[in-house]
Ligand binder design. Structure first.
Ligand code: GLU
Length: 438
């Protein structure tokens, strides 16, 4: 899923909390509640021993952070990536707190990760690592406390192993402890494409507001993993021109646009991103230009969707970004410094905590289905997801327009209002020494 290594490595959590300070003045939330959000509720750091296929022992560093549970059990994915560290996991957990509040689902934020390059592990090693991690964090998670899910380089199969391991430890089938599972183990219809679909529903709202004709709109997608592929596919179905895509090895550009199902086929079956047109599994090469990830970001397109990792657009390259609209399918792809320069240019950034919230929204649907034992159709999932994404997109867009602020600040203020309301409803006014509202 990763498409470009970050251009600079900063302390992500320190960077992430800057957004809270910025949004605070537009939200109804007590400053002490903001102060609490700057400190995760609890963090766990573990070492996971794994017996490798060659008989040797390797230890992997793993993390799980529960950032804030004011609005409900903490919720968020588990990432497998060499770059994972505690600061990154804390930042990702904070974003989850805000994301769940943005879409109004009854969860707080959490996140986990293991510092590992999963591409170097065999299938069995990956299973041992995943089960070993759950054994280490089993007392920290649970359907009413903290509910993991997939993230970068983890998938439904890994979630299935994890749920199974947890159920063995607890001697009880516990599907609601984790979401993003295979359908056969209690997963939800529509979870697989939910992140990309949520971003697509945001774009559809913008299309309506701006009166776009999709055929005239070009899109570049940086990162061709789960979110990027599904977003591109859905946009392509509606006639949007997907002119560039990339993965960790580089990108391809074609002015007329690509046939996205063919690109997905080549990427998923042949494990290679190639400029092809496929019919019945026979693929012909189409004319395209090879580009780097950096070049893709700077293309003169109508919409840019960063769908890989954080810190992709920084103060170094922000000045060269030409796309007037950005859809942040990745978490944290734009740094706070880059925010400022995009804002000066008048770019519209549909922020991550809204644009990629479709994933956790359908995770919530999965959790609800697991707990009720009654399963929904794919159509029901899509209808409910669309309703939530459109409602929240429009509320945030309206707030941005009326307060004359950027869309990210509007989204954070929207989230902070909901968190502030929950703080107040908890009746902790005595703790804060005031009514809890400013
Ligand atoms: N990892 C996804 C995210 O960053 C999904 C989290 C979830 O479904 O809990 O939003």
């Amino acid at each position: 899923m990763s498409a470009v290594e970050p251009l600079q490595q900063t302390d992500l959590f320190t960077e992430a909390i800057k957004r809270l300070d910025r949004a605070q003045e537009y939200a109804k939330v007590h400053p002490e509640a903001i102060e609490r959000l700057k400190h995760p509720k609890s963090v766990l750091s573990v070492a996971v021993p794994v017996r490798m296929d060659d008989g040797s022992l390797r230890l992997f560093d793993g993390y799980r952070v529960r950032h804030d549970d004011t609005r409900g059990p903490t919720k968020g994915g588990i990432r497998y990536h060499p770059q994972v560290d505690m600061s990154e996991v804390k930042a990702l957990a904070l974003w989850m707190t805000c994301k769940c509040a943005v879409v109004g689902i009854p969860f707080g934020g959490g996140k986990g990760g293991i510092s590992v390059n999963p591409k170097e592990l065999s299938h069995m090693e990956l299973e041992r690592l995943s089960r070993g991690f759950i054994r280490q964090i089993a007392d920290f998670i649970g359907p009413d406390t903290d509910i993991p899910a997939p993230d970068v380089y983890t998938n439904s199969r890994i979630m299935g192993w994890m749920m199974d391991e947890y159920s063995r430890i607890k001697r009880q089938k516990t599907p609601a402890v984790i979401t993003g599972k295979p359908i056969s183990l209690g997963g939800s219809q529509g979870r697989d494409d939910a992140t990309g679909r949520g971003g697509y529903y945001c774009l559809k709202e913008l299309e309506r507001i701006r009166g776009w004709n999709p055929k005239e709109i070009s899109i570049a997608v940086q990162g061709f993993g789960n979110a990027g592929q599904h977003f591109a596919r859905l946009c392509h179905n509606d006639g949007y021109k997907i002119v560039a895509v990339s993965d960790s090895r580089g990108g391809i550009y074609r002015e007329e646009g690509f046939d996205v199902p063919s690109l997905c086929y080549s990427k998923n079956v042949n494990r290679e991103l190639k400029a092809v047109y496929c019919k019945d599994s026979v693929c012909d090469t189409v004319e395209a230009t090879s580009i780097t990830n950096e070049q893709l970001l700077e293309l003169d397109v109508n919409v840019l969707a960063p769908a890989a990792l954080e810190n992709t657009i920084t103060d170094v390259n922000a000045g060269r970004i030409k796309a007037p609209v950005l859809v942040e399918l990745a978490n944290g792809p734009v740094t706070p410094e880059a925010d400022r320069s995009l804002e000066e240019k008048g770019s519209l950034v549909i922020p991550d905590i809204l644009a990629n919230a479709g994933g956790v929204t359908v995770s919530y649907f999965e959790w609800v289905q697991n707990r009720s034992g009654y399963y929904w159709t794919e159509e029901e999932v899509h209808t409910r997801l669309r309703e939530i994404m459109s409602r929240e997109f429009n509320a945030i867009y309206e707030r941005m327009t009326s307060a004359k602020i950027d869309m990210r600040t509007a989204a954070y203020a929207h989230a902070l209002d909901r968190i502030g309301e929950a703080v107040e409803a908890h009746g902790t006014s005595a703790f804060f020494g005031t009514s809890g509202r400013s």
